[in-house]
Design a protein around this ligand. Structure first.
Ligand code: CU
Length: 256
């Protein structure tokens, strides 16, 4: 029986085998390859298991090559183009794709992948509750989240995982010292919040409805537009006002 089921699934196609949804079961899972951003040289994977009956999301993240001994903020981002940014997202030309610059690609924070306690967007920069990389620069993380505690629905195919924290601006084994400061919190160095790794559940060019780069999903009854609104309603609280405004402005322009 088990074998037949597996074969049937294989025959079904699933060309990427990254995103596995079985309608009969109330569980979905996805494995995401995390790619380096901002010259981090890091690598890793994230595994997500959504249990719709229990309404939980279990996230495993294993990364290597990240800044040793320092905390690495990590989030579920949703509501952008469901992709990871390229260096063309570096709109201010400082050589770093900051968290806000990457937002049109990967969206706002829906879930902060913390080690304990709150995991909503308001914990986006709860530095003391993010995993600390080992002396070898490895992070090994697992937590199961009770999704009844956060607003909005998480659809796995919309998820982009981002792990933050780089040391490539002033390589010295620590974040900063500033400047440059993070656009999210002037008390934090840009190095602490800039993305180091990013992976989208649905790779660019996959089965997702892809809008052209620079385009926006608003209007036309496209669900992505609704999600964006939902995220704004959520407050995207953790994001600095300026960043959220820039994001909104971009959305408005694209839909006009
Ligand atoms: Cu993030």
């Amino acid at each position: 029986m088990q074998r037949k089921k597996t074969l049937a699934a294989a025959a079904f196609g699933l060309p990427l085998a990254l995103f596995v949804a079985t309608p009969a079961a109330a569980a979905e899972s996805a494995t995401v390859q995390l790619q380096p951003l901002n010259g981090s040289g890091a690598s890793g994977t994230a595994e997500l298991r959504l249990d719709e009956e229990a309404n939980t999301l279990t996230i495993n993240i294993d990364t290597m090559g990240v800044v040793p001994g320092l905390p690495h903020a990590q989030h579920v981002h949703i509501g952008g183009q469901n992709v990871c940014p390229s260096m063309t997202a570096d709109t201010n030309g400082d050589g770093i794709v900051s968290t806000v610059e990457g937002q049109p690609a990967y969206g706002a924070i829906q879930l902060s992948i913390t080690t304990e306690g709150d995991f909503g967007p308001e914990s986006a920069l709860a530095v003391e509750r993010f995993p600390v990389a080992s002396p070898e620069g490895e992070v090994s993380y697992e937590r199961t989240f009770d999704l009844t505690q956060i607003e909005g629905e998480i659809m796995l195919e919309d998820v982009v995982i981002v792990q933050h924290g780089i040391d490539s601006i002033s390589p010295n084994g620590q974040y900063g010292p500033p400047p440059p400061a993070s656009e999210l919190n002037p008390d934090l160095p840009l190095e602490a919040t800039a993305p180091a790794l990013c992976g989208a559940v649905m790779p660019a060019g996959g089965q997702m409805d892809q809008t052209p780069t620079g385009g926006v999903q608003a209007g036309g009854g496209d669900t992505a537009g609704i999600e964006n609104e939902a995220l704004f309603a959520l407050g995207a609280a953790a994001l600095a006002g300026a960043g959220a405004l820039a994001y909104r402005r971009r959305s408005s322009r694209g839909s006009a």
